[in-house]
Ligand binder design. Structure first.
Ligand code: COA
Length: 215
């Protein structure tokens, strides 16, 4: 069953708070800018790393240039994602889009597939540091599956990190694409397992069959 729409409760420092997940619209740029803060989420990225074209170097783009590029994409409705709010404050971001709209990801030799035109990707999460470990990313992953299923997307792909052998934790920064168990709990399956680093997982978002019995 799809999750019921509307705010979802999370427990934060012993309190129950409602988290409201909304699809990004151009007027939410100030909220995204606030969430990303002076570091542009991490290392001046401003969610541009996977969007870089062939020949570009992250070192040359990160910072002010990345911020300006993302702002234009948001204003033009060309960057897609979900923003999570608690009491009106932005606390979480995930981006999604057709796999081809993330050229650097689509080019990565380790993440190749043979049906890229039919796939949508979930290449990045960012949860405000004060709200990590409370299930915000989990709420957002469930929410994006509903959003994209309703839009008719059939195949959704993630690129979670595999923790080094003998550990289950990663640094929060290096878990920005999620982790394998995080996706598996929502029904994603590993489609390309690598000894370490980013893995490829997929979930089919075929429309749900009606539960009503035929008379
Ligand atoms: C990684 C991140 C997205 C997780 O978000 P979160 O809201 O804390 O995740 P959740 O609370 O929903 O946890 C989901 C699951 O992932 C696990 N998890 C979360 N962070 C983890 C980590 N660093 N290592 C391993 N597992 C982790 C949780 O234990 C949980 O597992 P469980 O369901 O078995 O309990 C968050 O820490 C983050 O935003 N990190 C910074 C990423 C970043 O820099 N992005 C920008 C890149 S430019």
């Amino acid at each position: 069953m799809d999750e019921p729409r509307g705010p979802k409760p999370i427990t934060f420092r012993g309190m129950s708070l409602d988290i409201d997940v909304q699809e990004l619209t151009p007027d939410q740029w100030p909220a995204l800018e606030k969430l990303f803060g002076k570091n542009g989420a991490c290392s001046g990225c401003w969610c541009m790393f996977w969007r870089m074209e062939e020949g570009e170097r992250f070192h040359d783009v990160k910072g002010a240039s990345a911020k300006q590029r993302l702002k234009v994409l948001v204003e033009q409705g060309r960057a897609q994602g979900l923003l999570a709010y608690v009491e009106g404050e932005p606390v979480g971001w995930l981006t999604f889009g057709p796999r081809r709209s993330f050229p650097r990801l689509d080019r990565a030799p380790s993440l190749q597939c043979d049906d890229a035109d039919d796939v949508w990707s979930l290449p990045c999460f960012f949860i405000h540091k004060d709200f990590r470990g409370q299930g915000v990313a989990t709420v957002m992953l469930k929410s994006v599956m509903d959003t994209l299923r309703q839009r008719g997307v059939s195949t959704l792909e993630g690129y979670p990190m595999k923790p080094p052998a003998g550990t289950t934790r990663l640094s929060n920064a290096s878990a920005y694409t999620g982790t394998v168990p995080f996706f598996e709990k929502q029904g994603f399956k590993l489609v390309a397992e690598r000894p370490q680093g980013k893995q490829r997982v997929r979930k089919s978002l075929a429309p749900r069959r009606s539960m009503r019995k035929r008379s």
